[in-house]
Design a protein around this ligand. Structure first.
Ligand code: GLA
Length: 343
C-alpha cells in the first residue's frame, strides 16, 4: 500500500526574538529535530496515534466542532489545519516527534506544517507558513508571528535564515563549518498561551503606533515614549534588530566571537528590557558562557522558560545532557517536505 511521510523541522532562533510580529529581523535555523507523520488517506475521518504522548485522536471531517473543545488537546492543531484546508478526505497514521514539546523549539509549528503536508497541502511554501500561523491562533489562541512557521517551511541545510518580516524576505546565510549549535532545556516548562506573549505583542504594537516601524527606528526616538514599560519593550526590539544585522555581518566576516557577544547582549535585552527570561534560564546562560570554547548563549524563542541555545567551538560541550538532563547538538536542516513511501 502506498503511504506518505510528511516531516517538518523545528527551529532554533540564533538571534532576533520578539521581533517577528512587528516587522523586525531574525536569524533562525531549521533543525534536525522535528515532527513526522506517516500514514495514508482515508475516508471522512482523521485518526492519528501520537507515539510521543501515547494517545490517539479521532476527528470527523469536514471539521465542524469548536476547535477549543477538542480532546486530546494536541489534536486541536490537527483540527485547525484540517478546517483551514477544508479537508474532506481524511488520513490515518502515526505522529512521531523528536522535539521537546513547549520548549521554544517550535514543536507546534512543526506539527502544523507536517499535518498540512500529510493532508495534501498544495499551495506555495509561503502559504504553508501562513496557514500554520493561522492554525496556531485557532488551536490555542496564540497571536504568534511567522518566525516558527517560516523557519520550518524554508529551512536550508548548513544555513541560518535571515528573515525580514517587514517584507517576508528570506536569505539563507551559510554557517561556518567549525561551530556547533547546542541546545539545553532549562527544565522550566512553558506554554505560549499561558504566558504574557500577547501582552508583549500589544506593547510593541503601541510603541510602533508612536514611533513607526521599530526595525528602522533610531534609538534616540525612544525618549518620545512616556510609559517606561512600553519604552523598554521597544528598546529591546530596536536593539535586537540591529543585533541581527550585526550578527549576519559577523557570520559573513567569520568573526564568530562577535556573533557570540551579540547573543549574550540579546539575552540581556530579553531579560532586562523584554522581561521574558527566568532566573533558572539566566543561570544556565551564565554557566554556559563561562565554558571555554562557548562563543555565546541566549534564551531562544518566546522565553518564559524553555531552551537556551549556545554556539560553540566543536567539542566545547561534550555532553549537552549533562546540565539539566535534556540537551541536543543540532544541525541546520532542510525544509518541511512530504514523500511517498511504498512497502
Ligand atoms: C514564539 C512565536 C514566534 C516568535 C517567538 C519569539 O516562538 O511563535 O512567532 O514571536 O516566540 O521570537
Amino acid at each position: 500500500m502506498t503511504q506518505l511521510r510528511a516531516h517538518a523541522p523545528g527551529r532554533v532562533n540564533l538571534i532576533g526574538d520578539h521581533t517577528d510580529y512587528v516587522g523586525g529581523l531574525a536569524l533562525p535555523v531549521a533543525i534536525d529535530l522535528g515532527t513526522t507523520i506517516t500514514g495514508s488517506a482515508s475516508t471522512g475521518v482523521i485518526e492519528l496515534q501520537s507515539e510521543q504522548l501515547g494517545s490517539r485522536m479521532h476527528l470527523d471531517v469536514p471539521v465542524n466542532q469548536q476547535i477549543g473543545t477538542i480532546e486530546p488537546s494536541w489534536s486541536r492543531y490537527i483540527a485547525a489545519v484540517a478546517r483551514e484546508m477544508d479537508c474532506r478526505e481524511g488520513f490515518t497514521g502515526t505522529i512521531s516527534s523528536t522535539l521537546p514539546l513547549g520548549a521554544g523549539l517550535s514543536s507546534s509549528a512543526s506539527l502544523e506544517l507536517a499535518t498540512a503536508l500529510a493532508l495534501g497541502f498544495d499551495g506555495s511554501t509561503l502559504e504553508l507558513a501562513r496557514l500554520g500561523q493561522r492554525c496556531e491562533l485557532a488551536a490555542v489562541g496564540v497571536p504568534c508571528g511567522l518566525l516558527d512557521q517560516l523557519s520550518s517551511a524554508f529551512g536550508r541545510e548548513g544555513h541560518a535564515l535571515l528573515i525580514d518580516f517587514a517584507t517576508t524576505s528570506i536569505e539563507p546565510i551559510e554557517l561556518p563549518g567549525d561551530i556547533e549549535i547546542v541546545i539545553i532545556h532549562s527544565g522550566v516548562e512553558r506554554t505560549l498561551a499561558g504566558s504574557a506573549y500577547g501582552e508583549r505583542r500589544t506593547a510593541c504594537e503601541r510603541a510602533t503606533a508612536l514611533l513607526g516601524p521599530l526595525a528602522d527606528c533610531d534609538p534616540n526616538a525612544l525618549d518620545r515614549i512616556e510609559d517606561p514599560v512600553i519604552r523598554r519593550r521597544a528598546r529591546h526590539v530596536i536593539t535586537e534588530c540591529q543585533r541581527v544585522r550585526d550578527a549576519v555581518a559577523a557570520l559573513r566576516s567569520n568573526t564568530i566571537e562577535t556573533f557570540g557577544r551579540l547573543m549574550v547582549e540579546s539575552h540581556a535585552s530579553l531579560r532586562d528590557d523584554f522581561e521574558v527570561s527566568t532566573p533558572v534560564v539566566d543561570a544556565l546562560v551564565e554557566q554556559l558562557i563561562a565554558i571555554d570554547g562557548v562563543h555565546g548563549a541566549r534564551v531562544t524563542g518566546a522565553g518564559f522558560g524553555g531552551c537556551v541555545v549556545a554556539l560553540t567551538r566543536p567539542g566545547a560541550i561534550h555532553d549537552p545532557t549533562s546540565f539539566t538532563g535534556r540537551g541536543w547538538k543540532v544541525r541546520a536542516s532542510g525544509p518541511a517536505s512530504v514523500e511517498l513511501i511504498t512497502d
